[in-house]
Design a protein around this ligand. Structure first.
Ligand code: SF4
Length: 367
């Protein structure tokens, strides 16, 4: 399978599968296109740009720099500021805390080193607390292992692990933007799931990983960090359900034409050698499941929306309407059934009746 995924990506380094990508993937478990591109580590942002359909979101360079500076501040001096915050938030009754930077072992060993440290922390439980910086956790997504990097893992007195998520959006008068908190909660739920899977694999109780994640943000426009506990039980339940619904990547690969590639291999000027038309043609070989939610979660949203528009797909109307219209794939077919100009197939009788009624009500309202 790895050889096939390498061919799909072409001779360029793979893009890491981060928690944001997994949360977005779980938000649309029926999309084979996204599942295949993510498994192959294809640069979706670069692909969308080369196709002429850049995504309408993404962090500015200023926001990225500000986020990195805030994270460095929280982690400086062996996470001293984080210790102050956690002492208040979790009632950590220790003055000192251990600090392990997993990055010191080199990138290729980080996952196994994280695994060994976590195992040791649970087995030799002494009354101490430890912060693990730059840990690397594996999580199996649709039969393919993805590697994730939470900001910090905190192992606390009492044998519980907490995921610590550091974000640079501000908390003003105790309130942060709800969408940003919701996105952070979805990402953190991915880390909780990955760490619970690791503990289970090591033969320890997964419940040792708390469902309360520690969200650290700057307070009131200053750079002073503030920490809050966010309960991610609901996000965990959704994530588990969605991941279980995903088709295994090896089964998706079986249906692809031989020689298919989404390669963005660059020329001497760094421009992809492949034409945008060829790349679009290759993408169209993998079925997508566009939904309006894609506009805030997937880099390919503008391309897939254009594709859904040009074939008049009911996907454009949102998941709820599309699911209610089950068996009617196109908008012109739905309109024809509503107006009675298209004869319903045997399995469309029920939905055709609903559409005719809706059309009659609409005409009465307009009259
Ligand atoms: S934007 Fe396209 S590739 Fe991305 S999840 Fe939506 S349908 Fe799938």
């Amino acid at each position: 399978m790895n050889r096939l995924l390498d061919e799909l990506r072409g001779p360029v380094p793979p893009r890491a599968h981060d928690a944001r990508a997994i949360a977005a993937l779980a938000a649309n478990p029926g999309c084979a296109r996204r599942a295949v591109l993510d498994a192959a580590g294809v640069d979706k942002d670069g692909t969308a740009r080369h196709l002429g359909f850049p995504a309408p979101f993404g962090q500015s360079q200023f926001a990225i720099t500000r986020g990195n500076a805030f994270e460095a501040l929280v982690k400086e001096n062996g996470c001293a500021e984080l210790l102050r915050l956690l002492r208040e938030l979790l009632g950590l009754p220790v003055a000192q805390v251990g600090y392990q930077d997993v990055e010191n072992v080199g990138s290729h060993l980080r996952a196994s080193h994280t695994r060994a440290l976590i195992d040791r922390a649970v087995r030799d439980r002494d009354d101490s607390a430890v912060f693990y910086d730059h840990p690397l956790l594996g999580l199996e997504i649709a039969g393919h292992t993805s590697y994730l990097e939470p900001d910090v893992l905190a192992f606390q007195l009492g044998g519980r692990f907490h995921i610590v998520e550091i974000k640079s959006f501000a908390v003003i008068d105790g309130q942060a933007e709800p969408e940003k908190v919701a996105a952070a909660a979805r990402q953190s739920a991915v880390y909780v799931l990955a760490l619970r899977a690791l503990l289970e694999d090591l033969g320890h109780a997964p419940e040792r990983v708390s469902h309360d994640v520690v969200l650290v943000c700057p307070e009131n426009f200053a750079n002073r960090p503030v920490a809050t506990l966010v309960d991610v039980r609901r996000q965990l339940a959704v994530l588990r359900r969605q991941l279980a619904r995903m088709t295994r990547v090896d089964r998706l690969l079986e249906g692809l034409p031989p020689g298919l590639t989404f390669s963005l291999a660059p020329d001497a000027e760094g421009v992809p050698t492949r034409s945008a038309g060829e790349l679009a043609e290759a993408l169209s070989q993998v079925p997508a499941r566009y939904a309006p939610d894609c506009l805030s979660t997937c880099d390919l949203c503008m391309f897939c929306r254009d594709e859904a528009r040009s074939c008049g797909s009911t996907d454009l109307l949102g998941r709820q309407v599309r699911d209610r219209l089950g068996g009617v794939a196109g908008m012109s077919e739905a309109l024809g059934l509503a107006e009675g100009t298209v004869e319903p197939a045997e399995d469309q009788e029920e939905i055709a009746g609903v559409l005719r009624l809706a059309n009659r009500l609409r005409e009465e309202c307009l009259a």
